[in-house]
Ligand binder design. Structure first.
Ligand SMILES: *[C@@H]1O[C@H](CO)[C@@H](O)[C@H](O)[C@H]1NC(C)=O
Ligand SMILES: *[C@@H]1O[C@H](CO)[C@@H](O)[C@H](O)[C@H]1NC(C)=O
Length: 338
């Protein structure tokens, strides 16, 4: 894909200049932070299996189908609450925002019976457009390790979903396969984590990349699927969730029998309002509400106090910095103010 050549050039530049580059002696420049989109809308439903799906646009695509197939006994939600963009993006962003994804949009503590997750498509920079999403293999392994530990520490049964193919570019698809290998290796260290091979599930229908069309795939070049395609993916994901809930009926976790307490007193939380003044999202203590173009509520959290939103709906700068005027959803940097 050639849609974003300037940004590839930018990535090349950043390789030499980041994380801190000096324009002049008096000003330092850092990469802007990405605003965290909020967690899902609903608290745990006591009569149901509570399932959370963490992942990118592909999991956003299959989650409604999974919910439909599993039916009334299951509450299936996606984190973050984003129905327009790449969801949990890359593993670096996922790790940064995980504590927000694991609570509701109002930051109510909630518990999941099952959490399934995937990172990879954005880590490999699947379109060449998003250099800030690219994660080196060694960091990918480290991030997945950290994320898996945190998810298991919630008490949920955890499943991992391998990344789907990149139909239009063999180099990128090989990178996806390499990252799936790394993920498989990481998950071996967690014997209770069940892995679903969604990569193979797709090539059983589409064949090995490259392909210019496939009955379940969106018009190429794209990593996305048709509605029928997402329905097909959800069959595999539904089986993963059934696998992970198998033993839960017999041993209901003890949290189901007691109220969980807030992790932080509510007066310290940061309420975010929409343009009508209605609180639509709550951010953690010591963070800042920011307009977020990709959040379902239009609000997200910048993880530093008194942060400066960059106006691109995606980035923010810490207090004492100003956003570069050239900030866009693709890239953004912050200049220290003197
Ligand atoms: C495939 O992706 C790689 C890595 O982004 C890129 O260098 C290459 O030009 C792409 N190939 C084609 C045919 O688009
Ligand atoms: C609040 O955020 C600042 C800057 O990120 C940090 O230095 C400080 O320790 C935080 N305070 C608390 C109580 O978390």
């Amino acid at each position: 894909m050639t849609c974003c050549l300037p940004f590839i050039f930018y990535a090349f530049l950043m390789t030499f200049l980041s994380p801190v580059m000096s324009i002049t002696d008096s000003q330092s420049v850092i990469q802007a932070e990405r605003i965290c989109k909020p967690g899902p809308p609903l608290k745990a439903s006591l009569g149901k299996m509570n399932c959370l799906v963490i992942g990118d646009s592909i999991s956003i695509g299959y989650t409604p189908w999974v919910a439909k197939m599993l039916g009334d006994g299951y509450q299936v939600q996606h984190a973050p609450w984003d129905q327009r963009d790449g969801g949990a993006l890359d593993s670096k962003y996922g790790l940064q925002c995980l504590r927000i994804f694991l609570q509701t949009v109002m930051l109510e503590p909630t518990k999941y019976d099952v959490i399934i997750f995937n990172f990879g498509m954005h880590d490999i920079n699947y379109g060449g457009c998003w250099p800030e999403e690219y994660v080196e293999p060694v960091d990918y392994a480290e991030n997945l390790n950290a994320i898996t530990s945190i998810l298991l520490s919630t008490g949920a049964n955890v499943g991992y979903v391998l990344t789907t193919p990149v139909p239009y570019n063999v180099t990128l698809n090989n990178r996806a396969k390499q990252y799936n290998g790394i993920a498989g290796h990481v998950m071996k260290e967690y014997p209770t984590v069940v892995t679903a091979d969604l990569y193979t599930w797709v090539i059983e229908v589409c064949g090995d990349p490259p392909y210019v069309s496939c009955i379940i795939a969106d018009k190429q070049p794209s990593p996305h699927y048709t509605a029928q395609g997402y329905q097909y993916l959800s069959e595999r994901i539904k089986d993963l969730i059934l696998d992970l809930t198998q033993d839960i009926d017999e041993n209901p976790p003890s949290w189901k029998r007691r109220e969980s307490s807030r992790w932080i007193a509510s007066k310290y939380l940061v309420p975010c309002s929409d343009k009508y003044g209605k609180v639509v999202t709550v951010c953690p203590y010591n963070t800042t509400c920011c307009d977020d173009l990709f959040s379902y509520t239009g609000q997200g959290c910048c993880l530093t106090p008194e942060a400066v939103p960059c106006g691109d709906g995606k980035h923010c700068c810490p207090a004492g910095f100003e956003c570069d005027p050239g900030c866009s959803k693709y890239k953004c940097s912050c200049r220290e103010m003197r």
